[in-house]
Design a protein around this ligand. Sequence first.
Ligand SMILES: Cc1cc2nc3c(=O)[nH]c(=O)nc-3n(C[C@H](O)[C@H](O)[C@H](O)COP(=O)(O)OP(=O)(O)OC[C@H]3O[C@@H](n4cnc5c(N)ncnc54)[C@H](O)[C@@H]3O)c2cc1C
Length: 416
Amino acid sequence: MYAEIPSGLSEEQQALRSEIHRFGADVLRPVSMQLDTLSPADVVDKGSQLWKVFRTWYEMGSHAAGLPAAYGGLELDPSTSHAVFVEMGWAASDLAISLGVAAMPFQLAAQVALLAGNDRLVDEMIRPFVEDREARYVGCWAITEPGHGSDTLGVGRAEFHDPAAAGACRARRDGDDFIVSGQKSAWVSNGSIATHALLFCTMEEQRGMAGGAVVMVPLDLPGVSRGAPLDKHGQRALNQGEIFFDEVRVPGFCLLADPDMYPTALELTLSHANSGMGAVFTGLARAAFEEALTYARERVQGTKTIAEHQLVQSKLFSMFTRYRQAWALSRSVMIGLSELGGIGGLAHAISSKVTCTDAAFALASDAIQIYGGTGMVRGMLVEKLLRDARASMIEDGVNEFLGLVAARQLVDSYVC
Ligand SMILES: Cc1cc2nc3c(=O)[nH]c(=O)nc-3n(C[C@H](O)[C@H](O)[C@H](O)COP(=O)(O)OP(=O)(O)OC[C@H]3O[C@@H](n4cnc5c(N)ncnc54)[C@H](O)[C@@H]3O)c2cc1C
């Protein structure tokens, strides 16, 4: 008899995990399947089911799960956070990311405010986000540009310091304020609906990408405009859109990191994002395994179910093993990063992201193979899982390039 091995979660943690699982099964997955069939403009339309998901999430107070208790957040411990991310990724990776990104700028701003003290940031942005129950505050992370993709994430690499390769979206000081000009790419997740951007832009171009700044920009400021939502083949419930800044005046208290702090802030953000991606796509890997197993048990071909064929059993076992490897790695990395305070563990976070997204894609493909022709039909969950997983190998950094960033860190500083 197969039994799930204990996850080490307390009863309270398991209760939360079950609550998120039910929310995922009852709300996230069906809404994501429905949004998958809509045009990008209809996905973000005010009457869309996307907003039902956002409002329910904020009503539950779950949007503040990662924020410090000092500011009214839930401050979930890393093993509970991991369980929550896995359940959300199991249900719908696109909505999991949309909801996660919505909180990310406020979460990072709260970390800065805790360290540096910034009362205006806390009063004007962090507390209102935590207290929001109607999804009036939605964040995005804007770093890539039309002319800069992987290179924006190349912290520690030589070209990161090349003045000729500095980003084109710029911030300059003007008294106590900053003036921001330029454009972020069409790939900004939540770019069509966000109210606040965690903007990574260039402040000292002579330092190349390393001369950046991180600014929390309210997107209702004069001079901000947006492009149309992007039409992509996977994760269609996650809206994507470019943001333009035309001489936007941003108050000084919105500066979270200046050029001296920029590489550290980028490493913190990338570690956080990649470790979350690892957990979310562990959830997708589990969904693919479970879909394949359920179908193999039910599908009668000829005289028996296909689960009785040894070849199918062998594939199911290797899927199970790969999902469990992803689970163990993403969990240990999330816990370890938390102990490190987010800094110094980038190679681990990248290892989690790359391993889990590669596994999610491979398992979604295996699930389709077990489904046979049925798996190719639009509207089947496994077909959507494959498209969603494919995007994850580029999202938050192309996997191969992230591997180079991690390798640089290992070569430079791994202690044998
Ligand atoms: C679903 C999704 C969500 C996203 N969300 C966001 C977001 O919220 N905010 C945001 O700012 N951006 C976001 N992005 C953008 C994403 O971060 C970039 O697409 C990614 O970093 C790669 O950049 P690029 O597409 O410009 O590809 P490029 O950088 O042009 O790379 C193209 C290819 O060249 C290879 N390559 C590039 N440089 C090197 C090198 N030095 N050595 C070897 N090979 C190299 C890459 O590995 C890749 O195979 C998202 C993308 C996706 C798909």
